[in-house]
Design a protein around this ligand. Structure first.
Ligand code: NAD
Length: 427
């Protein structure tokens, strides 16, 4: 196993629990040391348990370099830099594999990559090591887990396996079938790469559609949440929810692989990206519309820092972008997130909300359900709630004197008198 991060470590631990001997390598020496000490910091609990038992049973060995094996699974970071595919991690990992791989062994690339990449980079790596492409089995087995329940997802999700040949795909299926109970669908390399990328692109486009509807609804006094719920009663309609943007290191990134590969054939994909990218700016404009410009004194309490509900991962988080934009516009900000580990964050909702001019719900963590506006009303400076997820009861917060802006909630949102209708449409 090469790459022991969020996906690689649980995959390696599961492979060991299925009875294989796993020789695990990550180029982060500090990570290797903590894994040897059974410290899977930041991992979900069941991953840490699986790792501890595999280490104790001597089925899992943390190695200081890539070791010869029957199969090599490469799971290194998503290849992007500044919005463009960047194959450096994948190439470096495959060069290490190429140095030790022998005829008849299997190389599986799990990292999400643009269509056509696996064959090209493996061929390049093997050529660099003076080895023949034809003697090695090659496949792409993209990962489709949803963070938060990674072990169950790894076990139970269906998988797509693309092989350079049918035999390569079948060899990979046999390996994964030892710990995957979901169905394993076989195809060719390029199709497997494409399928993984379009799954995330589909979600990005669908969310952009929901965001466009949200902004439209604000103009025509319709509640988008109700409208989408009603539309989704239709058996062939499934619109996702609007929100303050799209985060994580998959959904906002994978569409760029296609856009980069063919800018002229991806107009919808690129427009969707732009819509979702703009959402944090829009939310910040709503803040300004409600409480005035940042003047160095006005404070916004941001609830949530992670990129989505009930996880602590802050990568590409819209909440983070909102905070940066507010800081740039001269607001003081305080963030509270019970799941994300941020040294600078407030330790409680109350600490974040104290003397604030607006409370902004950026992430719909279940843990925020208990927030009581009765307790917050006396400690804030002005009672304004900005709810990006239709999460809180407007009635309850209004009853405590809060002005509530809910994204996409039509007439529920009223700009201050000073701001004309025309200004609001340009916001
Ligand atoms: N995280 C997710 O939810 C998710 C879901 C589906 C697919 N994926 C895909 O899985 C892949 C891995 O993602 P992740 O979330 O596990 O990333 P990660 O950043 O958590 O982990 C990657 C690990 O690879 C290591 N690494 C980097 N270069 C290396 C090299 N040359 N040799 C050895 N180790 C190296 C890093 O030190 C790191 O520990 C990505 O391509 C991603 O797109 C991730």
């Amino acid at each position: 196993m090469i790459g022991l991060g969020y996906v690689g470590l649980p995959t390696a631990a599961l492979t060991a629990s299925a009875g294989h001997t796993v020789l695990a390598y990550d180029n982060d020496a500090a990570l290797r040391e903590s894994l040897r000490a059974e410290r899977a910091t930041g991992s979900e609990t069941d991953v840490a348990e699986l790792l501890a038992s595999a280490l104790r049973d001597e089925r899992f060995f943390v190695c200081d370099r890539v070791q010869p094996a029957d199969a090599y699974i490469v799971c290194v970071p998503p290849p992007t830099a500044g919005g463009r595919p960047d194959m450096r991690h994948v190439e470096a990992a495959l060069a290490d594999v190429a140095a030790v791989v022998s005829s008849g062994e299997l190389i599986v690339l799990e990292s999400t990559v643009p269509p056509g990449t696996t064959e090209r980079v493996v061929r390049q790596a093997l050529r660099g090591a003076g080895k023949s492409f034809l003697n090695v089995h090659i496949s792409h087995a993209p990962e489709r887990i949803l963070p938060g329940d990674v072990v169950r997802e790894l076990r139970e999700n269906d998988r797509i396996v693309g092989g350079r040949t049918r035999e390569d795909a079948e060899k990979t299926r046999d390996l994964y079938a030892s710990f995957v109970s979901g169905e394993i669908h076989l195809t060719d390399l390029r199709t497997a790469e494409f399928v993984k990328v379009i799954e995330n692109t589909y979600r990005d486009v669908n969310i952009a559609f929901a965001n466009e509807l949200a902004l439209f609804c604000e103009e025509i006094d319709v509640d988008v949440w109700q409208a989408i719920a009603l539309a989704n009663n239709h058996p062939r309609v499934n619109i996702l929810e609007p929100g303050p943007g799209v985060g994580g290191h998959c959904i906002p990134v994978d569409p760029l692989f296609l856009a980069d590969q063919n800018p002229f054939a991806t107009e919808l994909i690129q427009a969707s990206r732009r819509i979702n990218e703009r959402m944090p700016n829009l939310i910040v404009r709503r803040v300004v519309g409600l409480v005035g410009e940042g003047d160095g004194k006005r404070k916004v309490a941001i609830l949530g820092a992670s990129y989505k509900a009930n996880v602590g991962d802050v990568r590409e988080s819209p909440a983070r972008r909102i905070r940066d934009l507010l800081d740039e516009r001269g607001f003081r900000t305080a963030v509270y997130d019970p799941l994300a580990r941020l040294p600078e964050a407030a330790r409680s909702v109350e600490e974040a909300a104290e003397n604030s001019d607006a409370i902004l719900l950026a992430v719909d963590h279940d843990a925020f359900r208990d927030i009581d506006p009765v307790a917050l009303a006396p400690i804030v400076r002005s009672r304004v709630l900005i709810d990006c997820h239709n999460f809180f009861s407007e009635q309850t917060w209004s009853a405590c004197g809060f002005r509530v802006y809910g994204l996409g909630r039509g007439s529920h949102f009223t700009f201050p008198q000073a701001l004309s209708r025309q200004q609001s449409t340009t916001a």
